[in-house]
Design a protein around this ligand. Structure first.
Ligand code: 6PG
Length: 234
């Protein structure tokens, strides 16, 4: 099983193509159950998608849609590194606050916060997964905040876990591999020449989740689409 690869001519086309996948998936889910849930990716790549969604009026189109986060850095929500801050400025400020479910990176005890966030997903979705989960790709083949060799890759029964390994910069909150697997659809956004080699390896090399966590989506998820620009395309 390998993801579908959607090659776009230019970085700007990635946001257009990804938006079509995201909005279609959410509207189909809402049509079935009256509500839907989107998992937002962090980093810098998705900003253009979020801005495009705001520009196209999607917040008004996507009433009843809950917004969650695939991961968060352990910083306050107004910190320059905060994924919630990036998403808020680009998109989520246009949604009702009670539909935006931050991972509270500022929490004093991130294990307690991980359990709270897991419970929030369970309360909102029951045993269902996110209808659409957006993910990115790090140049070390991480996705969300699942880094190579991380203890967070070990099955835990949780939906969100805390990542304590590495430098303070790497203290994170992240969805687990099981939460990625539970998502109905996964859309991975990859742009730029710096990601070309790791994307090619993740798509072509034998599956090794410890070495390439992004393969949880690219090689193990049955409905994963990679949207990339020409610079990142294999
Ligand atoms: C994060 C992200 C992370 C990101 C990749 C790619 O919190 O950093 O969730 O998984 O998607 O590192 O980041 P860029 O989009 O900035 O290249």
């Amino acid at each position: 099983m390998t993801a579908v690869l959607l090659r776009c001519a230019a970085p700007g086309d990635v946001a257009v193509a990804a938006r079509a996948l995201v909005v279609t998936g959410l509207l189909e889910a809402r049509g079935r159950s009256g509500t839907a849930a989107l998992g937002l990716s962090g980093g810098s790549t998705p900003r253009a998608l979020y801005e495009r969604m705001a520009l196209e009026g999607d917040p008004a189109r996507l009433t009843g849609v809950h917004l969650f986060f695939g991961d968060e850095r352990c910083v306050p929500p107004d910190h320059a590194d905060s994924n919630a801050r990036m998403a808020h400025l680009a998109l989520t400020r246009h949604f009702p606050p009670d539909m935006v479910h931050r991972l509270r990176g500022e929490a004093a005890d991130i294990d307690v916060e991980a359990r709270r966030a897991s419970a929030e997903l369970q309360t909102c979705l029951g045993d269902r997964g996110l209808d659409v989960l957006l993910l990115g790709l790090g140049d070390d083949a991480h996705t969300a905040s699942l880094f190579p060799g991380s203890g967070a890759l070990t099955p835990s029964g949780e939906r969100v876990v805390a990542v304590h390994e590495g430098t303070p910069r790497h203290r994170r909150l992240t969805v687990t591999p099981a939460e990625i697997a539970r998502a109905a659809h996964v859309v991975v956004l990859v742009t730029g020449a710096s990601k070309a080699a790791v994307l090619r390896r993740a798509l072509a090399d034998p599956v090794d989740i410890q070495a390439m966590p992004v393969q949880l989506a690219l090689r193990l998820h049955p409905r994963c689409v990679v949207v990339c620009d020409a610079a990142a395309a294999p």
